[in-house]
Ligand binder design. Structure first.
Ligand SMILES: [Zn+2]
Length: 125
């Protein structure tokens, strides 16, 4: 066995060890992601339950119908200028320069204008 064979085998072994470390790291990251998804799913389930309970109370106490609720949902959906069945958690156009402002920042990174607030919930959703 020549020196090149020894070096080649050592390189293969080192590569195999690196692959094992990477596989274990990926396994840990996947496990962490599963836990995070599970936590989020429980939160979403609980929020859905609370929303249903609140709607039940509001409709019963205020005499509102399912159509009233659907109409309000459509109105709120359209507040961000995009009636797409979901809240806009992405960008909004800057009121001053028109460039996009990310949902998680307070001011436009291009001109410094304040991000327009659409609802009181903008900072939490
Ligand atoms: Zn701007």
């Amino acid at each position: 066995m020549g020196i090149l064979d020894i070096a080649s085998r050592a390189k293969v072994r080192a590569g195999s060890e690196i692959a094992k470390v990477r596989a274990n790291s990926a396994k840990t990251a996947a496990g962490d992601a599963q836990v995070a998804v599970s936590v989020l799913q429980r939160r979403v389930d609980k929020l859905a339950l609370i929303n249903l309970a609140l709607w039940s109370l509001v409709s019963e106490k205020c005499g509102l119908s399912e159509d009233d609720l659907k109409e309000r949902v459509a109105q709120i959906d359209a507040l961000d200028g995009n009636a797409d069945g979901k809240l806009n958690t992405g960008t909004v156009p800057c009121p001053k320069c028109g460039r996009p402002i990310a949902a998680r920042v307070a001011t436009c990174q291009f001109c410094g204008a304040e991000r327009p607030q659409i609802t009181a919930f903008d900072d939490v959703i």
